[in-house]
Design a protein around this ligand. Structure first.
Ligand code: GLC
Length: 424
């Protein structure tokens, strides 16, 4: 790519971030997602950090202003209502100010805060780090208290939306146990902005809403949800992301001299081998999410499966199997890393998390490959991400076979990943 083209894309990416900035928080996309989303904001902070340090920190601080007293950090914060989105604050009925959803999202924030901290004048930013550290610690403790009841070292997702990979094939079997007979009538808004063929199906949506109704009926009581939610799936993505985030939080605890917190985090990290064993699917020869109610593997090789490297779960034979999968898939598609193995019969190259490539997941997968010493694969993933963006702009996701865009345009986190990583 020419330097001019690179600079043009840098400028456009900054324009998208500032255009989606609503004052202290950034919407993922002004039309489809008009609120603050949890892991979107974390990635967005990495993008802002390339040109506005204060604004980068502010993004994360604003998100944590919506943290609940038990440490829970919601997946959406409804700072302002917007009729263009369903389900909105009235449906969630969290009873909080600001209104929020009642489920969480992948905990990338601690890793982002560590990256932000590495890039600043640390004397000046120390008070802001101290404040964020306490909040991050409370959120991670919440995961270990409420989302790992059997102490397997995993994160149990209570809703497909929590995983950030809404309609992944991993959730098909576990979600089939969700009773949708009382969901009632509702009007989706996503399909009025976007092509239906790129979105989750009506059955997926019925299940999403049934699970929202279940949580709401408990008054978003996290202990009750842990005990009896109809969907309880150990997510390989959230598990590996939390492991990585715990290592980054440990580094921050050490920098701040918090010895008790550091010991607590080391205790969480000690569970990593157990998590790896629990999530390994022998039949598939890959890491995979597992239904904790039935004990069955979800049986799908997805882009999140490759996050074992990012999470630091290492075992030579399994590493080799994952690398072989990556090489094979790399030969089958134009651009890595498809959100579902193209050899899976459920693969659909344009339907959201059942095939398309997502820049943010590529960033995590590529970072993991690089850290584990697999420089060639890491570089392939990074270059593919950059080329997808350069071809058609900052979309939500991309078709791995022919690079065509999928979903909305002018996406904040795609712009952020470009600025932070893919434009090198
Ligand atoms: C979709 C994605 C999720 C993301 C959100 C906002 O629900 O699946 O990962 O956080 O949109 O971009």
């Amino acid at each position: 790519m020419s330097n001019d083209r690179n600079r043009e894309l840098d400028a456009r990416a900054r324009e998208i971030l500032t255009g989606n900035d609503r004052g202290g928080y950034t919407v993922p996309n002004g039309r489809v997602y008009p609120f603050q989303w949890n892991w979107d904001s974390a990635f967005v902070a990495l993008g802002f950090a390339t040109f506005d340090t204060d604004r980068a920190w502010r993004e994360v601080e604003t998100l944590f202003e919506a943290q609940w007293p038990d440490g829970f950090l919601p997946h959406i914060v409804f700072w302002k209502d917007d009729p263009g989105y369903f389900p909105g604050p009235d449906v969630w009925a969290s009873g909080r100010t600001p209104p929020t959803s009642g489920i969480t999202q992948p905990p990338v924030a601690a890793s982002v805060v560590r990256a932000l901290w590495d890039g600043v004048d640390q004397g000046a930013y120390l008070p802001r780090l101290e404040a964020l550290f306490q909040k991050l610690m409370a959120w991670h403790r919440w995961f270990h208290d409420y989302r790992d009841p059997d102490k397997l070292g995993v994160v149990v997702a209570m809703h497909p939306w929590e995983t950030g990979r809404d309609n992944s094939a991993e959730w098909d079997a576990p979600a089939s146990a969700v009773d949708v007979s009382n969901v009632g009538e509702y009007q989706r808004r996503d399909t009025s902005h976007l092509d239906q063929s790129m979105r989750p199906t009506k059955l997926d949506y019925d299940r999403y809403l049934a699970l929202v109704q279940f949580g709401r009926a408990t008054g978003w009581n996290h202990a009750a949800i842990t005990a009896s939610n109809p969907f309880r799936v150990a997510d390989v993505g959230m598990t590996m992301i939390l492991l990585r985030a715990n290592r980054d939080l440990l580094a921050l605890a050490e920098a701040l001299g918090r010895t008790a917190a550091a010991d607590e985090i080391r205790g969480w990290l000690a569970l990593a081998p157990k998590a790896g064993d629990y999530l390994w699917d022998e039949a598939l020869g890959a890491y995979c999410s597992r239904d904790t109610i039935t004990g069955k593997s979800c049986g799908a090789l997805t882009s999140a499966s490759f996050l074992n490297f990012y999470g630091g779960v290492r075992e030579p034979a399994r590493d080799k199997a994952m690398l072989d999968h990556a090489e094979r898939i790399g030969r089958e598609v134009g651009r890595l890393m498809p959100s579902l193995d193209p050899a899976d019969p459920r693969f659909e190259p344009l339907r959201y998390w059942r095939g398309p490539v997502w820049a943010v997941v590529n960033y995590l997968v590529g970072t993991g490959f690089a850290d584990a010493g697999h420089a060639d694969l890491a570089e392939r993933v990074r270059r593919d991400t950059g080329e997808l963006i350069a071809a058609t702009g900052f979309h939500e996701a991309y078709n791995p076979l022919n690079s065509a865009p999928s979903g909305g345009d002018d996406f904040s986190w795609t712009a952020a990943i470009w600025l932070h990583w893919a434009n090198r």
